[in-house]
Design a protein around this ligand. Sequence first.
Ligand SMILES: Nc1ncnc2c1ncn2[C@@H]1O[C@H](COP(=O)(O)OP(=O)(O)OP(=O)(O)O)[C@@H](O)[C@H]1O
Ligand SMILES: [Mg+2]
Length: 372
Amino acid sequence: MASIRFDRIGKSFGETEIIKNLDFSVNDGEFMVFVGPSGCGKSTVLRMIAGLETISTGELWIGDRVVNDVHPKDRDIAMVFQSYALYPHMSVYDNIAFGLKIRKLPDADIRKRVQDAADLLGLDKLLDRKPKALSGGQRQRVALGRAIVRNPSVFLFDEPLSNLDAELRVQMRAEISKLQRRLNTTTVYVTHDQVEAMTMGQRIAVLSACDKAHPRDTNLMQCGSPMDLYDRPDNIFVARFIGTPNMNIVHARLGDDGATLSSLGGSMPVSAQFKEAAQARRGQEVMLGIRPEHIGAPHEVDWPQIQAVQGQVEMVELLGHEAILHFRVGEQIMVGRLHSHGRLPSPGDTVTMHLKCEAIHLFDPVTELRLR
Ligand SMILES: Nc1ncnc2c1ncn2[C@@H]1O[C@H](COP(=O)(O)OP(=O)(O)OP(=O)(O)O)[C@@H](O)[C@H]1O
Ligand SMILES: [Mg+2]
């Protein structure tokens, strides 16, 4: 087992900066998820940890050594890719055993390790099959098996579930989480799927593309527990990236008293956590963030402090257990939630919805950072 420390890591391809000042640690035995939009540099980070990509600036520590110049095979790492990269002409057994044979482990040792991994992954009846005779989920398990038998200090996963159908993805993400807790191996898992990040990660690191990270000195937008990121996003990027549907973000102005907020055609009290920040910015423009679950129909919610907001229905998405309401307030489209068993409004209807004032987030309109 080992911790991983990024000490001001940067990576550029030619003139193009991809990773900027990555400075944080993954603890020994921790399950860390890297999440971010396509092209933000997630795979590049994993490849740097694995030693498949050079590091432009900074130091990468695995355990108690700097590994910038350590060859991939000497880093004691196992990586699982999106494409399972199985050998089609080899059986499941041989695919799992391959890395161990290369390392010339004794046959008996190999057999024991493969058998243990197969038992753990429910592959024991499939060891003689070729990959083409396996389902997607079974192939993914073989790829996991190949990583597990190496008994590495670190697991790296690069979007390992994105080739699977929705149901299998849910099942495999639970299996991988369980497996990781059981083996307690330090894990870095990359995905662009924030649901995967929320459900699997002990902590989540949110990356953005360098040009979008403006004006920050790093493209690591926030690192914390799933609920930290959900309840206290550091900036608008994280606020919108984590949670589905996205958080609503609208312009607002603080009153001259610093205790009220005008937006969406009304005036509402500033919540307790922003009292001081709002005082310091009396009369100024801010950005207001509110999650869809904090906008509800008056007869369906019971919040101590609400602000009524009126708008025109654009669309209602019925999900079964609930309905997502898109409604227009002036130029702004807002998204709220309705119970699906009530009477649902139709496009064009005028609706009044309640905003939960305590759940409002405030951000700086220029830096996009959470007010403190
Ligand atoms: N060898 C390379 N040379 C130049 N640019 C590269 C190279 N490898 C990656 N890039 C660029 O670096 C950026 C980050 O790539 P990376 O593969 O790390 O993104 P990602 O976050 O994994 O995206 P995705 O979610 O699509 O897999 C992209 O803009 C990509 O075009
Ligand atoms: Mg990638």
